[in-house]
Design a protein around this ligand. Structure first.
Ligand code: FES
Ligand code: FES
Length: 169
């Protein structure tokens, strides 16, 4: 199998990788870069466990994406979500709302949530449920996950207002 040299950024760090052209991004992240916070669930695009963010916005299944397609792109995994040693508001909301049981789906759910909120900061419940389609949780029944997305949306929105100098007159 042919190899190709690619450069990509993962969680703000630049990497050069010599990968087989049929190697998936999931294999490159977990096996080559040892970033095992990206989960290997079904390996066939069914569970969303392997979700990562591209350019801080698009959520993709890394098991269905070739590593060579990510040449020059910026990837974020859950390992890149913390800021200055603090959990990202989405991570905190998942904890606060009890949206984690076994935790296997959580990295993918958090990345999917980041994508939903990047595109629509204040989604309705229906928009959240539709946005989460494709990410499977076998434990929680989804109610707490939906609440976590709503909480993250509110907290992030409030902090945006504060950063902008406060709302109202
Ligand atoms: S491991 Fe990629 S969607 Fe399940
Ligand atoms: S918390 Fe167990 S799969 Fe979601």
């Amino acid at each position: 199998m042919k190899n190709r040299l690619i450069t990509l950024s993962v969680n703000g760090r630049n990497y050069r990788l010599n990968v087989e052209v049929n190697r998936t991004l999931l294999q490159a992240l977990r096996d080559d870069l040892k970033l095992v916070d990206v989960k290997y669930g079904c390996g066939s695009g069914e569970c969303g466990g392997c979700s990562v963010l591209v350019e801080g916005r698009e959520c993709i299944n890394s098991c269905l994406t070739l590593a060579v397609e990510m040449e020059g792109r910026n990837i974020t995994t859950i390992g890149g979500m913390m800021r200055k040693g603090e959990l990202h508001p989405i991570q905190q909301a998942f904890i606060d709302e009890g949206a984690i049981q076994c935790g296997f789906c959580t990295p993918g759910m958090v990345m999917k949530t980041a994508s939903i909120l990047a595109k629509n900061p204040c989604p309705s419940e229906d928009e959240i449920r539709r946005g989460l389609e494709g990410n499977i949780c076998r434990c929680t029944g989804y109610e707490n996950i939906v609440r976590a997305v709503q909480t993250a949306s509110r907290v992030m929105h409030e902090s945006d207002i504060q950063a902008a100098g406060g709302a109202g007159p």
